[in-house]
Write a protein that binds this ligand. Structure first.
Ligand code: NAP
Ligand code: MG
Length: 502
């Protein structure tokens, strides 16, 4: 028996195989509970439920306003349970309570409300008519059908919202699979769907291995659109799997974003912003600004400020509101960071701070899951630690001499997801921002995403956008309707293109 079950066709259920897998709190290593382990068979069941709910159920036939009401109800119910969701998000992922409350739960509520607003909007749009034959032309936005969403370990609750809310607001039905390391809060949403009276089959949530349950969600012909957030490597595989039946695909992938500090920046704010941009959630954020590009004239002063402040961050129990940095998501993620730090030592020498697991952690915490915020200075952009996504608390600082050079270094990456520019001259900062090949640039800020503004990647950081009206439209087909109001021969002279004998 599992403690956390799959949510299929409106009901909680065990996996067909009866198998489970444990999920743990990385801060202590303690087991939180057993999760039902979906395999291919369960994925198919969930997709069948979604298919039936779309083809025969009331959901796609409801008006946008009716659906919006239901989606807003989901937001309201999450609000009522926000403390429970935040605590479990923090425990299961190792993220701090501060982040869970301020970003995860609030961000998810914002997303459901935003897509409800989208659903209240028009689903037709007039197009310019043609003079001959005179015609009426318009677009009708329609749901795709069944959408699947596969999400990463780092922001399970908010990522579930980003996949469920636009799908169902637009009239689709969906199947969601959270990452195996952090499945619980997504599975807990089933109860919310029941209370919000979302019809059975409209939202299905399964946990299980990517290689079996996940692949089925990307390859199965029952699916019309698949949305994946995770590593670039798995994203490429999803694209291949989806190509068999030419599914619509949205990919939100990895990053190695640049934070550019121009010489006229307010260094106090920029140093805080660069640290925030890198070490939030221990660098396990896709848009993390893990390359700081710093003008040579302020370079020495700036790296001193970074190291001094990084050393002051409080590392400990993520459930404690005084904690800045909790554990990484798993010991294995720490091992990855250790490998990259060893490589960094070979490539550029000793880091200016961090470079090991922390000492003096409170009793009961698993030291092997923690890592100190680590900064390498004087890093050539060609170094592997500056090119590859580490997904941990490691910052590379790279000097530059001109704005043009900063842009060129920023763009010398296979990725293009986020980025920052720090300057007191906003026009100059905008010019730099416009040269960067990336989906989001913050000027004198970082990490601030909003449901109302599109988010996504250039280059190997992804395809398509989530959030904003663009993210809503990613869940809607565009149908062009052409109406010829002249029903007699006079309105059909263009048939002569083929033959006058018609
Ligand atoms: P991941 O290893 O790519 O896994 C992501 C999800 O895909 C998980 O649910 C995983 O399931 C599943 N999966 C793995 N192999 C699969 C396969 N062959 N077919 C179908 N599904 C499969 O990524 P992660 O380690 O969880 O997350 C970190 C990555 O996500 C980073 O690269 C980060 O940059 C990226 N990310 C991007 C964004 C964005 O918006 N651009 C946001 C957050 C994170 P299992 O857990 O069972 O393996
Ligand atoms: Mg866990």
């Amino acid at each position: 028996m599992s403690d956390y079950k799959l949510f299929i066709n409106g009901e909680y259920t065990e996996a067909a195989s009866g198998e489970t897998f444990p999920t743990t709190n990385p801060a202590t290593g303690a087991k939180i509970g057993d999760v039902a382990k979906a395999g291919k068979e369960d994925a198919v069941k969930a997709m069948e439920a979604a298919r039936k709910a779309f083809d025969e159920g009331p959901w796609p036939k409801m008006s946008g306003k009716e659906r919006a009401e239901k989606v807003r109800r989901i937001a309201e119910l999450i609000g009522q349970k926000s403390a429970q969701f935040a605590e479990m998000e923090s425990k299961d992922s190792g993220g701090t309570m501060r982040k869970a409350q301020l970003a995860d739960v609030n961000g998810a509520i914002e997303a459901y409300n935003w897509y409800a607003t989208c659903a209240e909007g028009e689903d037709t749009e007039a197009l310019p008519g043609s003079p001959f034959p005179p015609s009426e032309n318009y677009i009708r936005y329609e749901p795709y059908g069944v959408t699947t969403g596969i999400i990463p370990f780092n922001f399970p609750f908010i990522m579930a919202a980003w996949k469920i809310a636009p799908s169902i607001a637009a009239g689709n039905t969906c199947v969601i699979k959270p990452a195996s390391l952090t499945s619980i809060t997504a599975l807990m949403l089933g109860e919310v769907m029941q209370e919000a009276e979302i019809p059975p089959g409209v939202v299905n949530i399964i946990a299980g291995p990517g290689a079996t349950a996940g692949e089925e969600l990307a390859v199965n012909p029952m699916v019309d659109k698949t949305a994946f957030t995770g590593s670039t490597e798995v994203g490429k595989r999803i694209m291949q799997l989806a190509s068999g039946t030419v599914k619509a695909v949205t990919l939100e992938l990895g990053g190695k974003s640049a934070n550019i500090v121009l010489p006229d920046a307010d260094l106090d704010v920029a140093a805080a912003g660069v640290l925030f941009g890198t070490f939030m959630h221990n660098g396990q954020v896709c848009e993390s600004g893990t390359r700081a590009l710093v003008h040579r004239s302020v370079y020495d002063e700036f790296i001193g400020m970074l190291a001094e402040r990084a050393n002051k961050m409080v590392i400990g129990d993520p459930l404690d509101f005084a904690t800045d940095l909790g554990p990484l998501v798993s010991r294995s993620q720490v091992e990855t960071v250790e490998r990259y730090v060893a490589l960094g030592r070979e490539e550029v020498g000793e880091p200016i701070c961090g470079g090991s697991k922390p000492d003096n952690l409170a009793e009961g915490l698993d030291r092997d899951a923690f890592y100190l915020p680590t900064i390498f200075a004087g890093v050539p952009n060609s170094a592997k630690i500056a090119q590859e996504e580490i997904f941990g608390p490691v910052l590379c600082v790279i000097p530059f001499d001109s704005d043009e050079e900063a842009v060129a270094i920023a763009n010398d990456s296979i990725y293009g997801l986020g980025g920052g520019v720090w300057s007191t001259d906003i026009d100059r900062a905008k010019k730099v921002a416009h040269g960067m090949q990336t989906g989001t640039v913050w000027i004198n800020d970082y990490h601030l995403l909003s449901s109302q503004r599109p988010f996504g990647g250039y280059k190997q950081s992804g395809i398509g956008r989530e959030l904003g009206i663009q993210g809503y439209n990613a869940y809607r087909q565009i149908k062009h309707v052409h109406v010829n109001p002249q029903t007699d021969r006079g309105g059909h002279m263009h048939y002569a293109m083929l033959s006058s004998a018609l």
